[in-house]
Design a protein around this ligand. Structure first.
Ligand SMILES: Nc1ncnc2c1ncn2[C@@H]1O[C@H](COP(=O)(O)OP(=O)(O)O)[C@@H](O)[C@H]1O
Ligand SMILES: [Mg+2]
Length: 370
């Protein structure tokens, strides 16, 4: 039987390990499958037995390279296309079977919404509000929520891409939903637009809403998400808190000293584990007792031996690297000796393709989810 994906922190597939809030899960899928028929008759699953667990509250990044099944998953969750197999729940309600019961709790941007170019943002939203039976007073509120109040009377066609995207977000907020699903909302935006959308997502989470945001740009999600699910070829590769994922990804402290060779030898002979970076910096990954490196202790150790580091700083792998490792089928972190209790266990690296082995298991953290 296929085993579960990498578990990071307390978000777990079973759900039992998570200190779920009173609201529990905003969105869950179990064994979700969707195949599209290809021209030559073969059908490859776009979504392949996917188990997603999106906790209620906070920003959840739905990460994966292009073509990994993110949009397909979102479209199934919204009842836009039918799944071949599997279950989907939104706030504990089965969809699409009981979608009408929760539809007002969900707002989504999947495709670029259409607005009238010659109407103002406010007028566009008023028309939408009328269409869905939302009181017009809500329009001013949502414009404020996305920071467009000042420009609300300007015509839509004069808006920057970032403003257009924020207006799209405003439109999803008209119903005051609890779960917002944004499919690659920062695609095509300039840095200022990306920043504004990111800020809006954080603010929505701050108001207690759940934001599910898909992206193939990992660095972006790394900055905005509390928790993530990483998918590749329609399968879940890892899930959990961003900070746990990063912590499990290895890293350590970089030391720069005038004589890197002598410093390296000294540290090695004392039992530190380290590697030499191509630029001459020493990456110290484990303390002599096998625990994670404490920067202050490392600094003291060197100073007591007359070595004064020109630089000493923490280096964490980026989510990008973690993601590349995962999708390349390489286990997280580097091979290391049996892990001590305080340091995450790191499975040995392998070169097998994804799917031919269970994804790496990550340690559980005892901290609460947020
Ligand atoms: N309407 C469709 N018909 C046929 N194949 C599709 C269709 N939509 C998506 N696919 C295929 O399904 C896979 C997943 O696509 P998608 O869900 O759009 O991925 P993502 O959103 O992660 O980029 C891709 O191989 C894509 O080519
Ligand atoms: Mg997509």
């Amino acid at each position: 039987m296929r085993q579960g994906p990498a578990q990071i922190g307390e978000v777990s597939v079973s759900g039992s390990a998570m200190s779920a809030s009173a609201d529990g899960w905003a969105l869950r899928t179990q064994g979700l499958v969707k195949s599209y028929r290809r021209r030559r008759g073969v059908s490859v699953p776009a979504v392949d037995r996917l188990d997603l667990n999106v906790p209620a509250g906070g920003v959840h990044g739905f990460l994966g390279p292009n073509g990994s099944g993110k949009t397909t998953t979102i479209r199934m969750a919204l009842g836009l296309i039918r799944a071949d197999a599997g279950q989907i729940e939104i706030f504990g309600t089965q969809v699409p079977q009981r979608l009408p019961e929760v539809v007002d709790r969900v707002g989504a941007i999947v495709e670029q919404p259409k607005f009238f170019p010659n109407f103002s943002a406010r007028r566009n939203l008023e028309l939408l509000a009328t269409g869905i039976g939302t009181p017009p007073a809500q329009v001013g509120k949502v414009l404020e929520q996305v920071g467009l109040s000042e420009r609300a009377r300007d015509r839509y066609k004069t808006y920057s891409l970032g403003m257009k995207q924020r207006l799209a977000i405003a439109a999803t907020l008209l119903k005051d939903p609890d779960l917002l699903i944004f499919d690659e909302p920062t695609n095509g935006l300039d840095p200022a637009g990306i920043h504004a959308v990111r800020l809006t997502m954080r603010q929505l989470a701050g108001q207690g809403k759940t934001v599910l945001v898909s992206s193939h740009i990992l660095a972006e999600v790394q900055q905005v998400a509390d928790t993530v699910s990483i998918v590749g070829q329609g399968r879940l590769l890892a899930e959990g808190r961003v900070r746990d994922l990063l912590a499990s990804a290895g890293g350590g402290f970089v030391v720069r000293a005038t004589d890197p060779v002598a410093t390296g030898e000294l540290l090695r002979s004392a039992g530190f584990r380290l590697t030499q970076n191509p630029d001459g910096g020493l990456l110290v990954t484990l303390a002599p007792d096998g625990s994670a490196v404490d920067g202050a202790a490392l600094n003291r150790f060197l100073a007591e031996r007359g070595i004064f580091a020109a630089e000493l700083y923490r280096q964490t792998d980026s989510l990008e690297q973690v993601f590349l490792d995962l999708t390349a089928g390489v286990a997280l972190g580097q091979p290391s000796p049996p892990a001590p209790p305080t340091s995450p266990a790191r499975p040995p690296a392998t070169s097998q393709p994804p799917g031919s082995q269970p994804p790496p298991a990550l340690p559980s953290s005892s901290e609460p989810l947020r």
